[in-house]
Design a protein around this ligand. Structure first.
Ligand code: IVH
Length: 667
């Protein structure tokens, strides 16, 4: 008995962790199928042993994507999930059950795609979008209307006039494959972590606090469920056709099916045809067409009886490991890569798959020459999911992680609390140096044409460019002495270097390759701090007061400027004429964000001086006043605000705003 209880608890624990990884961290570590199997196992055990039930068991909830930063509202109708299966037989049995439950009735089924994105509920009133809410925990969701408004395929005002005055329509926010690949290519270039699949990318994007980020990502939306008091038609299919007329994107794959045979054919067709679709799908959904029949069939606690999801198998292949290589990135991070006998998977040939880091490699327990399982489900990036132990070669040794840098031989170090091993030889390890040069000249950084991977290697091996500052000492004659350079290509590079001197501080800061300072963080820092001199003088606390800068980034910035070589490089780049300050015009961000507001300044500030804050208030239409009164709109407070002021503010209920929130207000 105790064993069963232990097993139940262990499953709950595991599922809770996977839920967290999936919904909160957006980085699942097991496939949906494995997750579903564990969930089914737990459901069965709990069913057989009701004495061990727990209202907080993962079987009693739909999973949560609630996050801080958005208003939360209850759903008008709970957002339930669908019963799902991987077998055609189960779908057939579901259909047979319908026949028994609705004897002697014609039953029409609608077959549709199961889109692999993130669920959304859209509320329309009088033909206008009033609210968009995520699924959340199924009963409450986050209001993400502003983000949703950036998705062009979602109508804000409906066409026609036969829509109900008030209704809800549900669907899936998806990131099309082309956009997903573009986004990941950009992230790879910036050495930011890649999204594992379009679903995570879509979910992550939708929860961005910045609608302009959402707008830049190319999200799309397919709608599949209309709810409300007075829907125009008695069937799901007709209502969807109406929604299509009102301007919603409804999949053309939606098909009416009249018997088992047609259902099976629908499955067989889409099992392969789905690969031609522009967006990720992870299965099919079958729904009873008649709303009256839906009503009669009703719901279980978690899902409708009138619908079922059939999930596609992730594509998997077995192939032999040739060897594990170890890549060195521009930050010195060592990534193990499985080099495989080429194998065809979902239409592409797979030869390499990242093993990410030592922990992941060790947990797979890979031995030399192993047969490895490679999977590509919703994921476009192939993933090693396991080892075929029966085919392990006799006497094969486990693959060991390297202890020394494969490029320069330096012993590797592991940073506390991080999974990555790093080569510390920043200034002598070729792939790190050429990687930083390639990053520096990239399109989003200094945008210097004519220097790719090969050129960066030639410049390094010729001894001309050992770090980024050396680039600005190059002359046409230096380059022409090298193999593969003619007058024209040499001039192009020198020209590009010259032009790069007008690239703004935000991009220069990003180009420097400060670990963890990506494009967005660099922008935030540049716009808050305004100059490299101020940045270099900041303490850990001051750095952390910058929006988006946590302890890890703050320490990384301090480390970066602690290095004499880095400081020396910056001095040389500055002498060469690069921009290490924001131009005056950008500093005086004039707006009317504070129009008509009376603001009291109190305390000691770390990001700007009191004088600068006074200027900022005035530039943005506000008035800086000396003492607190009923008319004060808020207090801009630094450290150590005077106790009498604090008391007065509290008594009058006047908001106290710190400098970070104040600067955010002005953005
Ligand atoms: S109908 C009450 N139709 O799958 C049933 N859902 O596990 C409402 N999904 O949360 C859902 N494609 O996010 C429905 N064609 C489709 C779908 C679909 C994807 C998602 C949806 C839902 C989940 C169910």
């Amino acid at each position: 008995m105790d064993n069963i209880r232990q097993h139940i608890e262990q499953l709950r624990d595991e599922l809770n962790q996977h839920n967290h990884r999936y919904y909160v961290l957006n980085s699942p570590t097991i496939s949906d199928r494995e997750f579903d199997m564990k969930m089914h196992e737990l459901e069965d055990l709990e069913h057989a042993h009701p004495e061990y039930d727990d209202p907080l068991s993962p079987t009693h909830r739909v999973g949560s994507d609630l996050s801080a930063g958005f208003e939360q509202v209850p759903h008008i109708y709970p957002m339930l999930s669908l019963g799902n299966t991987y077998s055609i037989d189960d779908v057939d049995q579901w259909y047979t059950r319908l026949k028994t439950a609705l004897p002697e009735q014609e039953i029409e089924i609608v077959g549709e795609m199961k889109f692999d994105g993130t669920g959304i509920s859209l509320i329309y009133e009088h033909g206008r979008l009033v609210r968009a809410v995520t699924r959340g925990d199924g009963s409450h969701g986050d209001v993400v209307t502003e983000n949703i408004k950036t998705i062009r395929s979602i109508p804000l005002i409906l066409q026609g006039n036969d829509w109900p005055d008030k209704f809800e329509i549900r669907g899936e926010i998806v990131l099309p494959w082309t956009e997903f690949e573009r986004l990941n290519a950009e992230r790879a270039f910036n050495e930011e972590p890649l999204f594992a699949n379009p679903r995570n990318a879509a979910a992550g994007t939708l929860k961005s606090l910045n609608p302009s980020v959402v707008a830049s990502r190319g999200l799309d939306a397919y709608l599949y469920y209309l709810l409300g008091e007075n829907l125009p038609y008695p069937t799901h299919y007709e209502n969807m056709a109406a929604a299509r007329r009102w301007g919603f994107k409804i999949s053309d794959a939606m098909t009416l099916l009249y018997n088992l045979d047609e259902i099976d054919r629908f499955i067989n067709h889409w099992d392969t045809a789905r690969r031609e679709l522009p967006v990720a799908t992870d299965g099919l959904v079958f729904k009873v067409n008649s709303l009256k029949q839906q009503l009669n069939l009703g719901f279980t606690a978690k899902s409708p009886r009138w619908a079922i999801a059939y999930k596609f198998q992730a594509e998997r292949a077995a192939t032999r490991l040739r060897y594990v290589s170890f890549d060195v990135g521009r930050m010195g991070i060592i990534t193990p890569v499985a080099n495989l006998e080429p194998v065809l998977l979902s239409g592409t040939i797979v030869k390499r798959a990242s093993l990410h880091n030592q922990d992941i490699m060790t947990s797979l327990d890979i031995h030399e020459g192993d047969m490895l399982y490679v999977e590509k489900g919703g994921e476009i990036i192939p993933k090693i999911t396991g080892v075929d132990l029966e085919n392990r070669l006799k006497g094969a040794e486990p693959v060991k992680f390297v202890s020394h840098c494969p490029a320069c031989g330096t012993p590797l170090v592991r940073v506390d609390g991080e999974a990555a091993w790093v080569c510390p030889n920043k200034w002598g390890c070729q792939p790190q140096i050429t990687g930083r040069v390639e990053h520096f000249v990239g399109r989003h950084m200094m945008n210097i044409d004519g220097i790719g991977e090969e050129t960066a290697e030639i410049l390094f091996s010729s001894g001309l460019v050992k770090n980024i500052a050396d680039l600005y000492d190059l002359k046409v004659s230096d380059l022409m002495g090298l193999e593969r350079f003619g007058q024209k290509s040499a001039e192009r590079i020198i020209d590009g270097l010259e032009k790069s001197k007008s690239v703004g501080f935000e991009r220069v800061l990003f180009a420097l390759s400060i670990p963890y300072v990506g494009e967005t963080t660099a922008k935030k820092i540049a716009r808050t701090v305004h100059s490299i001199d101020r940045l270099m003088a900041m303490s850990l606390e001051q750095l952390q007061a910058i929006e988006d800068v946590g302890p890890r980034i703050a320490v990384s910035i301090l480390d970066y400027f602690a290095s004499e070589t880095n400081r020396d490089n910056i001095a040389r780049l500055r002498d060469a004429g690069l921009q290490f300050e924001m131009p005056e015009t950008d500093k005086s961000v004039s707006s009317d964000a504070l129009a008509g507001k009376s603001i009291v300044i109190s305390g000691v500030f770390s990001l700007h001086s009191r004088e600068q804050y006074k200027e900022l208030i005035e530039q943005n239409g506000g008035k800086n006043v000396g003492s607190i009164s009923k008319k004060t709109d808020f207090i801009l407070a630094g450290e150590n605000m005077g106790p009498s002021k604090l008391e007065k503010a509290q008594k009058l209920g006047i908001p106290i705003i710190n400098e970070q929130d104040f600067l955010t207000m002005l953005q």
